[in-house]
Design a protein around this ligand. Sequence first.
Ligand SMILES: Cc1ncc(COP(=O)(O)O)c(C=O)c1O
Length: 378
Amino acid sequence: MLLVSEPAFGAEEKAALAAVIDSGWVTMGDQVREFEQAFARMHEAEDSIAVGSCTAALHLILHALGIGPGDEVLVPSLTFVATANSVLYVGARPVFVDIGSAEVPLMSLDEAEAKCTARTKAVIMVHFAGYLAHRDAWQSFARRKGLLLIEDAAHAPGLPEVGTFGEAAAFSFYGNKNMTTAEGGAIIARSRTLRETIRQARSHGMTSSTRQRLVSRRPDYDVTILGFNYRMDELRAALGLAQLKKLPEWNDIRRNLSLSYRQLIAEHCPSVMVPFEAPWRSAHHLMPVVLPIASNRQRIIDRLRKRGVQTTIHYPPVHRLMFYRDLYPDASLPRTEEFSRRELTLPLHPRMVQSDVELVVNSLAAALGAEFPVGAVA
Ligand SMILES: Cc1ncc(COP(=O)(O)O)c(C=O)c1O
């Protein structure tokens, strides 16, 4: 089965894990610090903070920015549920914003503006599928409205402009991401003060870590703020260091595969729309396509699966998930709902080669052909 995503581990990752095990130190230590510095360098940032997941990263950012009860945070609904959940964790209210269009399925600035109230404190923008939101436009919007800008960059590691939009960016190293530590995440934050608060809140709000107490031979510590256990461990950081070295090359492979998909889909599946048609800055995390209105997506998924091609959906709209439907029974985001009804995510990962793309596009063409046989009315 050709999977939508697949982690790429090799001898380097095995050796890195073995070295940590041999070292006898497995909790947050030198590997984590080295990974943080290397991750920051890749993004041309001063520093970064490694954490247990992107969800933890988003929670820490909102917590450290002081967002809480009574505040509203603008979020897209076309995202993974963690984006909105993180707002609820700090007691604030996520306000769902529709996408601009199926062609550019990123949060609509016009609608964000219309949904701003006196309680709106922040915006979390998601670089959906790896395609970067329009930085200048969002920055001037945030300035005009006095809002904090936060990037959910789960889909966009490896691009230096990520992390420069606003206060902070959250990254994911979950198993299906552009680079993985199995579970894991990182934060890039512009201000040193914010970084220090986040770093402390990552580990229970303590003033020193276990490793620092060992090295400094001082056993005492204090807790000066509310914190969490959102640490990354040495095994994951060692994996991250090995993966980070390959990330630029992998992102290039993803870009080339995406270009290939676009050409072949235009040729063989002209009724399928591929978002972000114009050249767009992207980490090419996903390959989303939009099926023709009249097609039966489940039948197409089943036909592709029979030919050995896995596909998925990004995303069921968050405001339509049962938990959020109970919280927001009247929410209506027609463009997000329509996009989500017709979207199909095709396989895209750096282990794929050109013939895999051909297999997927040929299978998609055959599946669509069976949906709309020549002569039939679609
Ligand atoms: C857009 C987005 N935000 C947040 C997350 C949460 O990431 P993690 O699983 O690292 O907590 C994901 C993960 O899939 C995601 O795709």
